[in-house]
Design a protein around this ligand. Sequence first.
Ligand code: ZN
Length: 74
Amino acid sequence: MGIFIKIILILIVLYYLYKFLGGEFKLPKKKSSSIDDNDENTLVECCKCEVYITQKEAVKKGKCYYCQECKEEI
Ligand SMILES: [Zn+2]
């Protein structure tokens, strides 16, 4: 009986260590950063000169995206 209780206690400690060190800290950051990367790398078309640019570089106005050159002429 003593050995089984020790193993269960060690598993509980390991579980809480994993939850505090691995589960809580890393997962939320990984999720949000990967979503941001996907958005930034999506190609969109400039409504004025029809050039393709990444969403990170594009300027959104209404339903349209504009490139850096066209945004000053809007
Ligand atoms: Zn443009």
